[in-house]
Structure formats: structure tokens, C-alpha cells
Design a binder for this molecule. Structure first.
Ligand code: CP
Length: 339
């Protein structure tokens, strides 16, 4: 079964093939109904606009059907623990819920954000793996505690298109940004690995206390070493943006969020100046601005950047649709559009 947990668990030829497939879908026919009669359930434990709608439309374009499921909202709430005495509010165990969906659907997507309270469970993707074990059909990760492979593929295809098929050697800046809430690290983790795997020169700009997880950094350094590039880190956002080809902004929680959430909150509130401004973009090499969305205007990035030609965030969001098509055809081992 072809589960998609994250791209780093799959070989280069799959990753590169999916980027090509997403690029082909972007210029391919609207309808490519190779998956007629198939269906995917999309289980969302957290909110979504892009992931949910792009997967629904991708399924339609392939001739398949998609059903969004929001546990506890119109469906039963799910219990997770093995051996749990289900005397509380949850009416259905994950074993039965996912087991039933496996009998109706040809694949299941699941979104399960980080707890930001249990670091080991987040790093180990404990809930995601429990979900996958209960499934008898392929599972696609629609954003988990540590990874967002759907976003990563769309990002890689957007960047590849931007640089005419050859992003290797371009300067990719992943910059932390202020946000009123502590957010998971799935998107920065996936964006970092995508850029490193594309052979880009990566700089991570983040304040002290906002280093990404060492296990993720190890994957990024391994990609860079294999491609003869580097992963640099700095706490100077202005210097990082100098000469950038891509500025990718994202907020994420610092390590203190697990240990002393109030202290992380206070630290984050002191970092409101970590915002992408026209000045930052002016020092780039005609760089493009990217963000996975949703984005908080004038908190993460100024209106003047988002409303400028440098911003390619809407094309990036559009690529979510083509990436979902490429993921579904791979999961179901079907021909890609344009082949
Ligand atoms: N970028 C992203 O995953 O958006 P949604 O949370 O709206 O799905």
C-alpha cells in the first residue's frame, strides 16, 4: 500500500516524479478521469481551507469522489487509546471508525496537528501511526504534527516552475515570523526538506529559541551534503534576505512551548518585528515571497509585500490542487495527466 506520511520516507524518484506530475497537471486537461469509481475519505481533526478543497477538486478532476469527515462535528467523536474504557464523550473508537472507512473508500486522508504539549508524541507522530495501523487502504497525511507533504509537493512544484525547471543553487530563505499563536512546525519542516532536496542554498532565519527539531535538521543537512549545498542558520532576518531568490515566511512554536508555554508566549510577543516588509524584499535578488496560507496580513507579512508582484502565494496555493492530483494518481498507481 502506498501511504504518504512524508516525502523523506520515499525515494528521490518518487519525489521527483511527483513534482513532474504536478507540473504536468498544471498545464494538463481539467478532467483526467482515470480514477472513476474511486473514493477518498478526508478526516479533519483540525480546520482547513486549502487542503480540504484542493483534495476535493483534485478527486473530481480524476473522476473520483471525496467525502470530508470532521470527527465530533456531524460524525461521532473518536477515542484513540488501546484498552480505553469508553465512558466519556467519544462514541466510536478509531479502530472501528477507520476500519469502516477502509471498507467504503479506496484511500483515507487525515489531518492531525501537533499537540504542542507532548513533544515525544508529536515527534513520533503517535496518533498518525495509530490511524495508519487501523487502515486497510492507503493513507495520505493532510498535515500531521511534523510533516505536511501535500504542501511540500505544491511548494516544490511552484519553486521548480519559478526557476524554469532548475531551482538548484538558488537561495531559499525560510524565515520565522511573529504570530499571536504558537503554531506547529509541520510546514517549516516540510518546506525546509523540500528546498534542500531541490538542491537550493538554504538559510533559516529564526530568533533564538526557535530552532527546528534536530531530527529534521539532520534530514536537511543530509540532503544538502548529497547535493553539495549548505543549510545555514541565523537570527538576523535582514541579512538572511540579502540576495534571496525565495523568501518563505512561516511562524512556528519555539521549544519552550512544550516546557513553559507562558514563557514561549511572552518571548513570541516580544518578536513582533519578525515580519516580512518591503525593505526585506528590496534586498533580495528579485526574490519571490511564499507562504503556505492562511497568512495574517501585517503580522507575518506586510500588505505591500502580499499585494506586490513578488508575492507568488496564490500560485503556490493553486499548486495545491495539482499536487493533490499527483498524489492521488501515485497512491492509486494510475497514469498522470499529460502522459
Ligand atoms: N496551507 C494549508 O494547509 O492550508 P489549510 O490549513 O487551509 O489546509
Amino acid at each position: 500500500m502506498r501511504h504518504l506520511i512524508d516525502w523523506h520516507l520515499l525515494p528521490d524518484e518518487v519525489w521527483e516524479g511527483r513534482i513532474e506530475a504536478a507540473l504536468r497537471a498544471a498545464s494538463g486537461p481539467r478532467m483526467h478521469p482515470v480514477a472513476a469509481g474511486r473514493a477518498i475519505a478526508l478526516v479533519f481533526f483540525n480546520s482547513s481551507l486549502r487542503t480540504r478543497t484542493s483534495m476535493e477538486v483534485a478527486a473530481v478532476r480524476l473522476g473520483a469522489h471525496a467525502t470530508p469527515v470532521t470527527p465530533g462535528q456531524g460524525t461521532w467523536g473518536f477515542a484513540w487509546q488501546d484498552g480505553v474504557v469508553m465512558g466519556g464523550s467519544e462514541a466510536e473508537h478509531i479502530h472501528e471508525a477507520v476500519g469502516v472507512l477502509s471498507r467504503y473508500y479506496d484511500a483515507i486522508g487525515v489531518r492531525l496537528f501537533a499537540s504542542l504539549t507532548d513533544r515525544e508524541a508529536d515527534r513520533d507522530e503517535t496518533k498518525l501511526h495509530r490511524f495508519v495501523r487501523a487502515a486497510d487502504v492507503p493513507v495520505v497525511n493532510l498535515e500531521s504534527a511534523f510533516w505536511h507533504p501535500c504542501q511540500a509537493l505544491a511548494d516544490a512544484a511552484t519553486i521548480t516552475e519559478r526557476f524554469g525547471g532548475n531551482p538548484a543553487g538558488k537561495k531559499f530563505v525560510l524565515t520565522w515570523a511573529h504570530h499571536p499563536k504558537a503554531l506547529p512546525q509541520a510546514v517549516p519542516n516540510s518546506a525546509l526538506l523540500a528546498a534542500a532536496r531541490l538542491g537550493m542554498q538554504v538559510t533559516i532565519a529564526r530568533p533564538e529559541g526557535y530552532q527546528l527539531d534536530p531530527s529534521v535538521m539532520a534530514h536537511a543537512h543530509a540532503y544538502a551534503a548529497a547535493r553539495g549545498t549548505t543549510i545555514e542558520e541565523t537570527d538576523d532576518q535582514a541579512a538572511a534576505c540579502d540576495g534571496a531568490d525565495i523568501v518563505y515566511a512561516k511562524s512556528w512554536a519555539g521549544a519552550l512551548a512544550y516546557e513553559v508555554p507562558d514563557a514561549e508566549d511572552a518571548l513570541r510577543k516580544s518578536l513582533v518585528h519578525w515580519r516580512v516588509t518591503p525593505d526585506r524584499m528590496a534586498s533580495t535578488r528579485e526574490g519571490a515571497f511564499m507562504h503556505c496560507l492562511p497568512v495574517r496580513r501585517n503580522v507575518v507579512v506586510d500588505d505591500a509585500v502580499l499585494d506586490s508582484p513578488a508575492a507568488i502565494h496564490l500560485r503556490q496555493a493553486e499548486y495545491r490542487l495539482y499536487a493533490q492530483q499527483a498524489i492521488l494518481t501515485w497512491m492509486w498507481d494510475l497514469p498522470d495527466a499529460g502522459r
